[in-house]
Design a protein. Structure first.
Length: 161
């Protein structure tokens, strides 16, 4: 039998943290512009995404994007437009699906499955404002954790998938 710590370490070696840089001329906020990301590539299924405070905040406008996890720093913002679909599969990442110290505004779709910890952790000063569709493979009560003054504003739909 393989100890859990060894599995965790091996999986974490596979998942790469990618940082939002933004600001590419003409595509300053475009999620799918490779030069807006550290390492010059758009995050994928084996990416842990980190959105810090930058002049240009990322926007997912169209298309489906898969990542392992996302962390949004205090005062940073991530927006998903109506045509955007963010899928988070936490199976490869021993962390929260989405950790919000900043703001996530969703007009599109968010789907989170297999997160090891909270599916969405809304921390101090964090805000999840959902106008679109948000779905997980757990009940809502078991998916969203709000701590130390974080806020959840729902005007959209929640689904167990």
């Amino acid at each position: 039998m393989i100890p859990t710590q060894k599995i965790k370490t091996k999986v974490e070696e596979v998942v790469e943290t990618i940082y939002w840089e933004g600001g590419t001329p003409g595509k300053e906020t475009c999620w799918m512009e490779p030069s807006n990301w550290s390492g010059g590539k758009v995050p994928g299924l084996l990416s842990s995404v980190h959105v810090g405070v930058k002049t240009f905040a990322p926007i997912i406008e169209n298309g489906e994007f898969r990542v392992s996890s996302i962390e949004v720093d205090s005062k940073a913002v991530l927006t998903i437009k109506e045509g955007g679909f963010l899928k988070i599969n936490g199976m490869m990442d021993f962390s929260n699906g989405i950790k919000l110290k900043g703001t996530l505004i969703n007009y599109g779709k968010i789907q989170i499955i297999a997160s090891a910890l909270a599916y969405i952790l809304i921390d101090k000063d964090g805000l999840f404002h959902n106008f679109g569709i948000f779905g997980t493979d757990r009940s809502k009560r078991d998916s969203i954790f709000i701590v130390r003054g974080g806020k959840l504003k729902e005007e959209g739909t929640y689904k167990v998938i």
